[in-house]
Design a protein around this ligand. Structure first.
Ligand code: ADP
Length: 408
C-alpha cells in the first residue's frame, strides 16, 4: 500500500490491504491520492505508479467526459452510492485493455479536503459467465427453433403420409366396391339368364318343333311364321347379351370407343330393319325422311346400341296397332333423335328411377326385361358427351330423346 506522503493514514492502510476489492482514493481534483495492491494489480500498474495521476487514466477514453460530470455532481451531494446504475461500467488497464468493473463510491473529508474512495471489483469472470449464459440461451433457442422446424416438417410428412394412406384406402375400398358390384352383377346375370333366357329359349324350341311339323310345300307361310318367331327371340337374347357385355365393359373401365365418320341413315336403317322383326301385329315404325345428307362422327356401335334399346322398348311397352315415330333433328354440331311411342307410359312417381340399373316400373313387370338397357345407354352417351332424356305420361305414351355431338 502506497500513500501520498502528506495524507498518510495508518488505520486506512491496514484496512485497505485486508480487502480483496481494489481501492482507489481521489481528491476533489480527481487526482489519485492512494490505491491498494488489489487496484494496482487490477489495472496493471506497479506499486505507487498511480499516485498523483488523474483518475482518467483508469477510465476508457470514450467514458471519460461523462465520468467527469458524474464525479463533480457526486462530490457536491456526497452520499455513498453504487456507480453504473443499469449501465455497464468499464475500467482501462495500463496496457490499454478494457474490462468490466463494478464500483462503489464513498465520499469522506479529512482536514477540510474532500475525497472519494472507490471500491472497484473486476467483474470480467461474472460478465463472461453472463455472456456464456446468454450464448447458451440463444443456442438453446436456436435448437428449439430447429427442433420445432424439424417437428413441423415431420408433422407435414406424417400428414402427407396419412392422406396418401387415406387415398390408398379409398382406392382399395373403391375397387372392393367395384368387385362386389361385379360379383353382384354376375349373380344377377346368372339369375337373369335363368329367367330371361328360359322363356325365349322355350319359345324358340316350340317354334322350331312346330316348324319341323310343316313338311308340305304349301305350308311355307306357317313355317315362315315360326322362323320369324325364332329370329325375333334370338335377336332379343342377343340384345340382352350385348347389354350385359356393355355393363361389364363400363364397370371394368374397359369401354373402348371408336369414332367413325358415317352416314346417319346407315345406322338408323340397320336398327329399324332389325327392330321390324320384333313388331307386334299392326305396329309400325315411321322412318325419318330427312336424314340422307347427315354424316356424323360418332361411335357407330354405341349409337346402334342406344337406338336399338329405345326402339325395342317402344315396341315392347306399346300395344298392337300403334305407331312409333323416329324423328331426327340436326342441331349445330349435334344430332337429336326422338323415339315417340303411344304405349303404356311410365308412372309419374317412378320416372326419377328410370335410369337406375335394374329398375323396372311397376306397369312394365308383365313384359320381359332386365332393367339395364336405359342405364347403359345413359352411361355410354354421357361418356361420349351426349345425353338421354324422356317425357312420358302413363297410358298415353313416352318420348325418349337422345342427343350426341356429330364432331369428335
Ligand atoms: P327393360 O326394358 O329391360 O326393363 P330398360 O332399362 O330398357 O330395361 O327400361 C327400364 C324400365 O323403363 C322398363 O322396365 C320400363 O319400366 C321403363 N321403360 C323404358 N322404356 C319405356 C317405354 N318406351 N315406355 C314405357 N316404359 C318404358
Amino acid at each position: 500500500m502506497k500513500v501520498f506522503k502528506e495524507e498518510k493514514d495508518n488505520v486506512f492502510k491496514i484496512l485497505s490491504e485486508a480487502i480483496s476489492e481494489g481501492i482507489v482514493i481521489v481528491n476533489d481534483n480527481q487526482e489519485i491520492v492512494t490505491s491498494n495492491d488489489a487496484a494496482d494489480r487490477m489495472f496493471g500498474y506497479k506499486p505507487e505508479e498511480l499516485l498523483g495521476q488523474n483518475l482518467d487514466i483508469l477510465i476508457p477514453s470514450e467514458y471519460r467526459k461523462n465520468h467527469h460530470h458524474q464525479v463533480e455532481g457526486f462530490l457536491e451531494k456526497s452520499d455513498p452510492r453504487q456507480m453504473g446504475h443499469g449501465r455497464d461500467l468499464y475500467g482501462q488497464r495500463k496496457d490499454g485493455s478494457v474490462f468490466p468493473v463494478e464500483a462503489g463510491l464513498n465520499p469522506f473529508e479529512v482536514y477540510g479536503t474532500k475525497y472519494v474512495m472507490a471500491l472497484v471489483t473486476d467483474i470480467s469472470v461474472r460478465k463472461n459467465q453472463e455472456l456464456e449464459i446468454i450464448n447458451l440461451n440463444s443456442s438453446l433457442e436456436q435448437k428449439i427453433e430447429e427442433r420445432t422446424k424439424e417437428l413441423n416438417s415431420t408433422i407435414k410428412t406424417l400428414r402427407e403420409e396419412v392422406s396418401k394412406r387415406k387415398k390408398a384406402e379409398h382406392k382399395i375400398k373403391e375397387s372392393l366396391r367395384k368387385e362386389r358390384e361385379l360379383n353382384e352383377l354376375k349373380t344377377k346375370f346368372l339369375s337373369l339368364v335363368s329367367h330371361e333366357f328360359k322363356t325365349p329359349l322355350s319359345g324358340i324350341l316350340t317354334s322350331a318343333t312346330l316348324a319341323g311339323k310343316y313338311t308340305e310345300t304349301k305350308q311355307q307361310d306357317k313355317r315362315e311364321k315360326h322362323l320369324k318367331t325364332i329370329q325375333s327371340k334370338v335377336k332379343y337374347l342377343n340384345n340382352i347379351l350385348n347389354d350385359f357385355l356393355s355393363i361389364e365393359r363400363l364397370e371394368s373401365g374397359k369401354a373402348n370407343y371408336k369414332f367413325d365418320t358415317i352416314p346417319l341413315s346407315k345406322v338408323i336403317n340397320e336398327v329399324i330393319y332389325n327392330s321390324n322383326m320384333l313388331l307386334k301385329d299392326g305396329q309400325k315404325i315411321n322412318y325419318p325422311n330427312n336424314i340422307d345428307d347427315i354424316t356424323i362422327n360418332f361411335d357407330e356401335k354405341i349409337l346402334e346400341l342406344s337406338l336399338t334399346n329405345l326402339i325395342n322398348n317402344a315396341i315392347k311397352y306399346s300395344p298392337e296397332y300403334t305407331l312409333i315415330d323416329v324423328v331426327v333433328s340436326p342441331k349445330k354440331d349435334a344430332v337429336e333423335i326422338k323415339i315417340i311411342d303411344q304405349g303404356m307410359g311410365i308412372p309419374q312417381k317412378e320416372q326419377k328411377f328410370i335410369f337406375n340399373r335394374y329398375f323396372r316400373a311397376e306397369n312394365a313387370l308383365l313384359d320381359q326385361g332386365t332393367g339395364i338397357g336405359l342405364n347403359i345407354v345413359k352411361s355410354h352417351l354421357e361418356n361420349l358427351g351426349g345425353t338421354v332424356t324422356f317425357e312420358s305420361e302413363e297410358g298415353k305414351g313416352s318420348t325418349f330423346i337422345i342427343s350426341f355431338p356429330t364432331k369428335k
